[in-house]
Design a protein around this ligand. Structure first.
Ligand code: F6P
Length: 352
């Protein structure tokens, strides 16, 4: 067998761990040739496909490395143009691929589904620090991002305490609040604001004022997709030509400016940005990525295509790619972590 593998969309801690597991599993169990495609779908739809065979040495020693040894792209979408789609399918045939393993987020899974519908045998592996892929309880990269944000919140709290400030820390996560919620809880944030719950600005300001008289400082952890009641999300930029052109960012500055007119203490904003996506994966993410990679190899060997591997009730499983495309997994409003946060007195912005 000859199996292609590519990483699509934004980078994420654990991608190399998946590449390693897919390749090692296929090489050991069915002596497959594994072909690494460069730069995601950009490499597969180029006039000459960009790729190289992966051998055991190349996939050894990469478990703990951040980023992706294959490179990635979130610009290339072969489904956006029939000529690109035809080129992609032609290149897959030219490379002699019996199957393609695609590691990526919801946008990449959508493309994977489209290719599978065109007859290319595809297996998807979910990746995103946002943890927002439908049908998957936990995607690798999320745990690492949460650890990074948690450490940042701890460090920020020091300055908040010393200077008696309101410190607003913005996390990534797009339209889902998973990173802000888990890291906010782990990093002892006093206020956690999520895209799923519109915040009441005056209520948040009131809490900050109350804390001014006792604790003196407040730490607010805000997901980049959060918005005030009756307001809108903060878009940092539009990048035309991308499958998802909207880049959120800057809500921390917007919120800090509004709060500054309502509280006495100094208010400061920190946008953590891509630091959340970089570096070595946590042990949890290394293990999850290894399981996902191995599971993808098992699906390939069993001839089960047009599916994405998942974690379901703590077990490896798979679901049709069709069920994943065009959707996001948000924090449900009855999620136990929201309840726990409220019960210990964390403000979620809605005064509930
Ligand atoms: O989906 C992962 C993610 O890091 C989001 O949390 C963030 O909104 C987006 O990607 C940023 O994308 P880019 O690196 O293209 O700016």
């Amino acid at each position: 067998m000859r199996i292609g593998i590519l990483t699509g969309g934004g980078d994420c801690p654990g991608l190399n761990a998946v590449i390693r597991a897919v390749a090692k599993s296929l090489m050991r169990q069915c002596q497959a040739e594994v072909i690494g495609i460069h730069d995601g779908f950009a490499g597969l739809m180029a006039p000459e496909p960009r790729s190289h065979p992966l051998d055991w040495e190349q996939v050894s020693g990469i478990l703990m490395r951040g980023g992706t040894i294959l490179g990635t792209s979130n610009r290339a979408n072969p489904l956006g143009n029939p000529a690109h789609l035809a080129q992609c399918l032609h290149n897959a045939r030219q490379l002699g691929l019996d199957a393609l393993v695609v590691i990526g987020g919801d946008g990449t899974m959508e493309i994977a589904h489209g290719l599978a519908e065109q007859g290319l045998p595809v297996v998807g592996v979910p990746k995103t620090i946002d943890n927002d892929i439908v049908g998957c309880e936990r995607s690798f990269g999320f745990d690492t991002a949460v650890a990074t944000v948690t450490e940042a919140l701890e460090r920020i709290q020091t300055t908040g305490q010393s200077h008696g400030r309101v410190m607003v820390v913005e996390t990534m996560g797009r339209y889902a609040g998973w990173i802000a919620l888990e890291a906010g809880l782990a990093g002892a944030a006093d206020v956690i604001l999520l895209p799923e719950i519109d915040y009441d600005l005056d209520g948040v300001a009131q809490l900050c004022r109350e804390r001014e008289t006792h604790q003196r400082f407040t730490v607010i952890c805000v997901g980049e997709g959060a918005k005030p009641l009756g307001g809108h999300m903060t878009v940092e930029r539009r990048i035309e030509g991308r499958p998802d052109p909207i880049r959120l960012g800057g809500v921390a500055h917007v919120l800090a400016a509004e709060l500054q007119t309502r509280v006495q203490s100094e208010v400061r904003a920190t946008v953590l940005g891509h630091v959340q996506r970089g570096g070595s994966p946590t042990p949890f993410d290394r293990v999850l990525a290894t399981q996902f990679g191995n599971q993808a190899a098992q699906l390939v060997m069993a001839g089960q295509f047009n599916r994405m591997v998942t974690l379901h009730q703590g077990q490896m499983a798979s679901i049709p790619l069709h069920d994943v495309a065009h959707q996001h997994r948000n924090v449900p409003l009855d999620h136990p972590l929201l309840q726990a946060a409220r019960q210990i007195g964390v403000c979620l912005g809605d005064n509930a």
